[in-house]
Design a protein around this ligand. Structure first.
Ligand SMILES: [Zn+2]
Length: 203
């Protein structure tokens, strides 16, 4: 096997869910692309080393300081759906049901892997809620809803409980997605109908 080929396969195989055989197939496919296309592809990967811009408000991908969802006047800013990752946000967006905004934590609390509350965007969520409450007019506290949509897995559950405890004293409405998503599954891979149901029946 050529060294160049081997190196590419090794990197692709590092991706979650991709084994060595699949990595080999992907590398072969890329080899068949025109040279300019391979160059553009490697440039795109290289550009990632500079980091990507995130929305200052919700931490979704964004080229501007605010993402397209946060700056959309048709979205309801008083409904904040808290997710672990941007891919979860995208899965919910695909259902087309949700009209509020999001807050991307950047993962779940998982002490074994060094993912602690302070390494997630939890402080930012608290500040966001505080700011909203401070600007809310005459007792519209009840209108603010935080929907906890972490994954129904051990660490997602830990994170949800942590957030519930943390936010309880604010007196705002806190809801969780309805059961129905198989426990141990992730939002990212749930089908639209299941997510739709989980959202509609949140409590
Ligand atoms: Zn945003």
């Amino acid at each position: 096997m050529s060294n160049k080929f081997k190196k590419a396969v090794e990197y692709i195989a590092k991706l979650q869910g991709i084994g060595p055989r699949q990595a080999t197939r992907i590398t072969l496919a890329v080899l068949n692309w025109p040279k300019e296309e391979i160059t553009r592809f490697s440039q795109a990967v290289f550009d990632l080393s500079e980091g990507v811009n995130l929305c200052r408000e919700c931490f979704n991908f964004s080229e501007e300081s605010k993402c397209r969802l946060c700056s959309d006047p048709k979205r309801e800013p008083a409904k904040i759906c808290v997710v672990e990752k941007i891919t979860d946000l995208e899965a919910i967006e695909k259902t087309g049901l949700y009209r509020g905004v999001y807050h991307v934590l950047g993962g779940a609390i998982n002490p074994l892997e060094g993912s602690l509350p302070q390494s997630l965007k939890i402080k930012e969520l608290e500040n966001r809620i505080k700011n909203r409450l401070a600007t809310a007019t005459n007792g519209s506290k009840e209108e603010l809803e935080v929907i906890i949509a972490t994954n129904p897995q051990t660490y997602g559950e830990t994170t949800a409980l942590y957030l519930e405890e943390l936010l309880k004293p604010t007196g705002i409405k806190i809801t969780r997605l309805a059961k129905g998503l198989a426990s141990g599954s992730t939002l990212e891979y749930a089908d639209s109908a299941t997510l739709h149901h989980a959202f509609k029946n949140r409590r």
